[in-house]
Ligand binder design. Structure first.
Ligand SMILES: Nc1ncnc2c1ncn2[C@@H]1O[C@H](COP(=O)(O)OP(=O)(O)OP(=O)(O)O)[C@@H](O)[C@H]1O
Length: 218
């Protein structure tokens, strides 16, 4: 297997006297598709937060292309996050007063390399180029998520992290959005880690890990 682009090594997280993650290890390499499943309360969002360098574990390491993110300052970690990770959220998290295209370009305006032609290509591949001048409030859920996927890829990240990306979509739109996400991920060769309890996503992934009570189980 090639060098992991993102890895959790023996990660444990405690909050408010509770253990939310215990000794969790997983890794992905370029082009991998990993689905992390688990029932409500299993710790999926907590794991997403750790892999996304949005919070720090009490024990263990999170390695991004071999760099131990837990050893970095907050500022260095934010930079590593911007340069290497792209995020897709269940509730889209588009900025309401920016157009679809402005939302998708956003990561490039925050320290990324300016390459708007790449963002236009993404919007086109994702079938929302003609929605570029629309504001999020006028887009359907599936369109919003396709714009959010373009935004996640704007900086050509090594890893896309998606938290319940189809959680607000109907079954037909789920299928469309999942297929597009996987197509664009495969064409770029970025790794994809998706956290979800939606069984409809199972067929799209070549690896699945299950979290239960904060631990990876067989
Ligand atoms: N800051 C915190 N302090 C104390 N407990 C927390 C904190 N954050 C989350 N929890 C608890 O930790 C457990 C795991 O939460 P998490 O949100 O990671 O689960 P999840 O698998 O994403 O669940 P869901 O599918 O319902 O979103 C839950 O029991 C939750 O109530």
């Amino acid at each position: 297997m090639s060098e992991p682009v993102l890895a959790a090594e023996s990660v444990s997280v405690e909050r408010g006297g509770m253990t939310l993650l215990e000794d969790v290890s997983l890794s992905v390499s370029a082009g991998d598709r990993l689905l992390v499943r688990g029932p409500s309360g299993a710790g999926k969002t907590t794991l997403f937060t750790m892999l996304g360098l949005l919070d720090e574990p009490e024990a263990g390491q999170v390695l991004v292309a071999g760099t131990d993110a837990t050893a970095l300052s907050e500022r260095e970690r934010a930079r590593l996050r911007r340069e290497t990770l792209g995020f897709v959220f269940q509730d889209f998290q588009l900025v309401p007063d920016l157009t679809a295209r402005e939302n998708a370009v956003l990561p490039q305006t925050h320290g990324g390399e300016r390459d708007e032609a790449w963002v236009d290509d993404l919007l086109s591949t994702l079938g929302v180029a003609d929605r570029g001048d629309h504001y999020p409030a006028t887009l359907s859920g599936g369109e919003k998520q396709r714009v959010a996927i373009a935004r996640a890829l704007a900086n050509r990240p090594d890893v896309i992290l998606a938290d319940e990306p189809t959680g607000q979509l109907d079954p037909e739109t789920t299928e469309q959005v999942a297929s597009l996400l996987l197509d664009v991920q495969a064409s770029i060769g970025t790794a994809l880690v998706t956290i979800s309890h939606d069984p409809a996503l199972d067929p799209y992934f070549d690896r699945t890990e299950t979290l239960r009570d904060g631990r990876i189980v067989e």
